[in-house]
Design a protein around this ligand. Structure first.
Ligand code: MSP
Length: 510
């Protein structure tokens, strides 16, 4: 079966930060996890290059529009490449292919009579690129996300009505309890649907915003950025490009959109109603996560000096430990704090847990067993129970865990727990004492085998987060690591394998 995973496409008015890095890493981790389960995965990310915010940021640049958009889009692409993100398609909304699909979609709903023109007065938040209701604002009349008062704007525009589908959407959410995950966000959406929905303004007059896709039925206007941007999810997989849409439908059937809670309404209210008008099923799942906040739980901002720069922390700790840390530390029930100090603590935890274990056991057998994996025929009940517990836990998560942050988060927790359990076992069995007593030879070998086989299981489980580390551990155990599958049978490490003590997996950082 084919699975399709998407990230939001990011605005290019600023540099990518750790939040953008996180959602894109989460998508890559989920892709690798699904591939290990045998699924074929198509993964997309990209940049959202139109609208007033991006236009304003171009105005300060002194560059040609095309060069500016490419330069800013490349900032994201280069970061994702540096992070080894295995995306299958990087969408740019300024590409002619994407723009053509936006035009097709607009024509489609226009020809169905679903678009009307009217004069409109509203409060516009440039940060959100959305009109706001007074009830969306805080007591000062500010947008709570952008801490600014929206501007009062009066203009003629084209509108796409939403209200006619409100009840359908409520029913859809109630009959598809795992559509939006975690569930608390489904409740939030039902709250948004408790009152009648305003028509969605799908155009902007060119006198105000010219950076966008021309409306095919009136070129005094460009398309509203959110209408344009959401279409990326279908333009990236060739909506209407193959006649009867067979290929498109096959990929669309299992799509998961990843996002943070900031863009829930556009994805959970506008998007399914837009898709319904286009005759396309709602996306299979929306996976929503919280925010990364600076230390002390405050929003990251340049002026406070608490912004975490993805390049800086990648240089500090390497991309793989960073991937693991982010997936492990993001709360599944709310927001999470991030700082360079917290990241260092996470790195040290990995080094003390998996890193030390691997180095200690390999050094020990290099000395006493010529580096060869010993026999496994003398394992006692405790040894077997340790391996079975670890194998069964990973097996369960890989087999039954859904495509979600919860699964990834649980898996990362269980990897650390398994590492702790094996470290505790190793300390309690004290193989360095057993090694000195020839009469305890069998016991010594059983403890070493158990530890090595547990490391093998941990190495397989950790692959989606740290593919290079995973392969390094397997190679150090003499295991061929070309293709890593979600198979967790205990005692599968071949006795006699030649192990190799390599460099530390997680070298010391200050
Ligand atoms: N361009 C729109 C999305 C269009 S999708 C059809 C947009 N862009 S954005 O650049 O603002 O990116 C928002 C997304 O970036 C969030 O939903 C989340 O995936 C990620 N994050 C940005 N900042 C974040 C945090 N501080 N914490 C967690 N994720 C964050 O909205």
């Amino acid at each position: 079966m084919k699975k399709y995973i998407t990230t939001p496409i990011y605005y290019i008015n600023g540099a990518p930060h750790i939040g953008h890095a996180f959602t894109t890493i989460l998508g890559d981790v989920l892709k690798k996890l699904e591939q290990m389960r045998g699924f074929d995965v198509f993964y997309t990310t990209g940049t959202d290059e139109h609208g007033q915010k991006n236009q304003a940021s171009w105005q300060e640049s002194g560059m040609s529009v095309e060069d500016f958009l490419k330069m800013r889009s490349d900032n994201f692409k280069n970061l994702f490449d540096k992070m080894d993100i295995d995306y299958d398609f990087f969408v740019r909304t300024s590409s002619k292919e994407h723009k053509a699909v936006v035009s097709d979609a607009l024509n489609y709903i226009y020809n169905k009579g679903l678009v009307k023109k009217k004069s409109y007065e509203g409060l516009y938040c440039e940060g959100c690129e959305q009109f706001k209701k007074p009830s969306d604002l805080d007591e000062r009349g500010f947008c709570p996300d952008h801490q600014k008062a929206p501007k009062l704007i009066t203009e003629e525009n084209y509108f796409f009505p939403l209200e006619q589908d409100r009840q359908w959407l409520i029913d859809y959410i109630n009959t598809h309890p795992d559509w939006i995950k975690p569930k608390r966000f489904a409740k939030e959406v039902l709250g948004m649907l408790a009152e009648p929905l305003d028509d969605l303004c799908i155009s902007r007059p060119k006198s105000r915003v010219w950076l966008g896709v021309d409306l095919p039925f009136d070129n005094d206007f460009v398309t509203y950025i959110w209408f344009d941007a959401l279409i990326n999810y279908i333009s990236s997989i060739g909506w209407k490009s193959d006649g009867d849409n067979t290929k498109f439908n096959e990929t669309w059937a299992n799509v998961t959109h990843l996002m943070a809670k900031d863009i829930l309404k556009t994805h959970a209210v506008y998007w399914p109603i837009m898709l319904k008008a286009l005759g396309v099923e709602p996306p299979k799942h929306l996976i929503v996560h919280g925010y990364w906040l600076g230390e002390g739980g405050i929003k990251m901002s340049k002026s406070l000096g608490n912004v975490v720069d993805p390049y800086e922390v990648m240089d500090l700790m390497g991309i793989e430990p960073l991937r693991f840390y982010l997936c492990n530390a993001m709360s599944t029930t709310g927001d999470s704090q991030i700082s360079v100090d917290l990241l260092k603590q996470g790195y040290k935890q990995l080094a003390n847990n998996i890193g030390n274990l691997q180095m200690r056991v390999l050094k020990m057998i290099a000395k006493s067993l010529d580096g060869k994996v010993p026999a496994n025929n003398a394992l006692d009940a405790k040894d077997k129970a340790l391996l079975e517990n670890i194998a069964n836990t990973f097996e369960r998560i890989y087999k039954y865990g859904d495509t979600s942050l919860e699964t990834v988060s649980e898996l990362s927790d269980e990897i650390l727990k398994a590492g702790d359990a094996v470290n505790a076992y190793f300390a309690a069995e004290a193989p360095w004492v057993l090694a000195k007593d020839e009469s305890k030879r069998d016991r010594y070998e059983a403890v070493i085998y158990t530890t090595l086989d547990a490391l093998r299981l941990i190495a397989v489980a950790v692959y989606p987060f740290m593919p290079v580390v995973s392969k390094k551990i397997l190679a150090s155990l003499g295991v061929n690591a070309d293709e890593i599958k979600a198979e967790f049978q205990p005692c599968q490490l071949p006795s006699g394998n030649q192990t190799v003590v390599g460099d530390p997996l997680f070298p010391f950082i200050a």
